[in-house]
Structure formats: structure tokens, C-alpha cells
Design a protein around this ligand. Structure first.
Ligand SMILES: NC(=O)C1=CN([C@@H]2O[C@H](COP(=O)(O)OP(=O)(O)OC[C@H]3O[C@@H](n4cnc5c(N)ncnc54)[C@H](O)[C@@H]3O)[C@@H](O)[C@H]2O)C=CC1
Ligand SMILES: CCCCC/C=C\C=C\C(=O)C/C=C\C/C=C\CCCC(=O)O
Length: 259
């Protein structure tokens, strides 16, 4: 899939990894709707991007991914403005082991909500032109971070949802691919604010600090290296791309437990 002229929606794109994804898509010719609940950061980013890329290629829409109604309205506005949706990036996420139900509602349920609501705009069976969804998971969706079992569970959920949805879409003929991006630690607001958001297992933060030192910390710009392949390569479906400071690789999963 060539990106030039395509329309992308990126959730949680006012800052951090989502912002880098939105910038990369714009640099490659796509039109981008930035969805975020931080209005000030979103509006300010759009002003910057309008100057860099011209006035008609980027749109900010205030949207909390905890609300199906808000996502639905944002998708509708994107279709009215740009004529369709070809790419959805479910990136919005939080790290909060204290408010763990909210973490599930944003990181996992937000991703499912976005995917299920975009089907009506992409599904080839109902007149759509197909499309691709990328879910921003984490290497915590494949390995584990002991100080945050709930964050880990949401990211494992996102990877499992990605693999099953991809298979379901092929079997149903929807023409929608779905892949997961699984970065290691990245220097963003989420990463800098974890100390005050650890919960039940905050006693394990020290051990996880050693993991940070061992793995290193990516910049947002480094995280999105490899992202384009998940969007443009039509053979990539149900894949989880691991991005670490020194390597990128696709996750391999065990064969079916019933084989
Ligand atoms: N920073 C890291 O070390 C890593 C982050 N990730 C994942 O990357 C994604 C982005 O994280 P960062 O850029 O680090 O975070 P960030 O905190 O820098 O940015 C998150 C953005 O999402 C928005 N957001 C939060 N809740 C929202 C909601 N309910 N509705 C709409 N927008 C919402 C925020 O306003 C913000 O603009 C998350 O899914 C995170 O789990 C994955 C691996 C590592
Ligand atoms: C107090 C330390 C924890 C800080 C965590 C901050 C942000 C983490 C965001 C993530 O998405 C997690 C990123 C990387 C680590 C996840 C899993 C490590 C798995 C290692 C392995 O199994 O080999």
C-alpha cells in the first residue's frame, strides 16, 4: 500500500510515540487526523504541522478513546474531511497500576473500540476499500514487566487481539490487515511519570530499573523505525514487530497448543 494521498487516523497523537507516527505518515504523503484528549497539545501540534506540511493535510479532533461515541464522531469527521479512512493507528495508552481498570479501558478496550468502529469505514464487504490497523502494544505484550502486571496484561491482550482479528478479517473477507508495534522503553511523558503510578508491586521497581539499564531507552523517532513496513507491506498481517535500541525483529509464537 503506497501512502501518498491515503488517510490515517492516529489516537493519542498529540505527543510522544503517536506524534512521531503522525509526523512520519505526513512526511510520506498521507493525510492525518490526530485524535487526543489533550486539546492544548493537539491544537498546538496541528499549528506546527500545518506550517510544515500545508493547511489541508492534518486535522485535530478532541477524542477520549474510553468513549465509543467520541471515537465514532471523530471517524465520521475524518471521513467528511478527507473522504475515507485507510489507516488506523491505535496508539493511545497510559501506564497506571493504581487506576488499573482505567488502564484496561484505554490500553486494551480503547484499541478494540477503535478497531470495531473503523470496520464500517474499511470493510470491503460493505463498500469500503479495505485498510490497515496498527496497534501500538509494547514488548510487555510478549515478555513481562513484573512491577506492572496490569499494563503487561493489557499489552498481551493487544497482541492476542491483533493476531485473532487479523485471522478473522482474512476468513471473513474484510480486506483489513492488523499488525502490532512492540517497542521497548521509550523516552516519553509516559516513561518519565511511572514512579508515581506504580501500584501493588511498586516494591519491584528497582529490579525493573536494572532491565531499563540493560535494554536501553529509545527515542520516539527510533520507535517508529519499522512502523511503515507494517502499513505498506501487504504481506504483513497478524504480525508483532519488536523494536529495541539495537534490533528490530518479528515475534514468533508457539504452534497451536492443541497440535
Ligand atoms: N514510552 C514507552 O516506554 C512505551 C510506550 N508504549 C506505548 O506507546 C503508546 C504511546 O505511549 P507514549 O507515547 O509513551 O505516551 P505519552 O504519555 O507520551 O503520550 C500518550 C498520548 O496519548 C494521549 N491519551 C492518553 N489517554 C488517552 C485517551 N483516553 N484518549 C485519547 N488520548 C489519550 C495523551 O494525551 C498523550 O497525548 C502507549 O500505548 C504505550 O503503552 C509502548 C512501549 C514503550
Ligand atoms: C519502574 C520501571 C518500569 C518503567 C516502565 C515504564 C514504561 C514502560 C513501557 C512499556 O511499554 C514497557 C517497555 C519495555 C519493557 C517491557 C517488557 C520487558 C520484557 C523483557 C523480556 O521478557 O525479555
Amino acid at each position: 500500500m503506497a501512502l501518498n494521498g491515503k488517510t490515517a487516523v492516529v489516537t493519542g497523537a498529540a505527543m510522544g510515540i503517536g506524534r512521531s507516527i503522525a509526523e512520519l505518515l505526513l512526511q510520506n504523503g498521507a493525510k492525518v487526523a490526530i485524535l487526543d484528549m489533550n486539546e492544548a497539545a493537539g491544537q498546538s501540534l496541528v499549528e506546527t504541522l500545518n506550517k510544515e506540511h500545508g493547511p489541508d493535510r492534518v486535522l485535530f479532533l478532541l477524542c477520549n478513546v474510553e468513549s465509543g461515541e467520541e471515537i465514532k464522531a471523530a471517524f465520521q469527521k475524518t471521513v467528511e474531511t478527507f473522504g475515507g479512512i485507510d489507516i488506523l493507528v491505535n496508539n493511545a495508552g497510559i501506564f497506571n497500576e493504581i487506576m488499573w481498570e482505567k488502564t484496561i479501558g484505554i490500553n486494551l478496550a480503547g484499541c478494540i473500540r477503535g478497531a470495531y468502529l473503523v470496520i464500517e469505514h474499511m470493510n470491503k464487504l460493505t463498500g469500503g476499500r479495505g485498510g490497515v490497523i496498527v496497534n501500538v502494544a509494547s514488548i510487555a505484550g510478549i515478555g513481562l514487566l513484573s512491577c506492572c502486571p496490569v499494563y503487561t496484561a493489557t499489552k498481551h491482550g493487544v497482541v492476542g487481539f491483533t493476531r485473532a482479528f487479523a485471522a478473522a478479517s482474512v476468513a471473513s473477507g474484510y480486506g483489513i490487515r492488523m499488525n502490532a508495534l512492540c517497542p521497548g522503553f521509550a523516552q516519553t511523558d509516559l516513561f518519565s511519570s511511572v514512579q508515581s503510578r506504580l501500584g501493588q508491586f511498586s516494591n519491584l521497581a528497582g529490579a525493573n530499573q536494572e532491565l531499563i539499564e540493560k535494554l536501553g531507552v529509545l527515542t520516539s523517532a527510533e520507535v517508529v523505525q519499522g512502523f511503515l513496513e507494517l502499513v505498506t507491506d501487504e504481506t504483513k498481517n497478524g504480525q508483532a514487530l519488536i523494536v529495541l535500541p539495537k534490533e528490530k525483529k518479528y515475534a514468533t509464537f508457539p504452534v497451536s497448543p492443541t497440535d
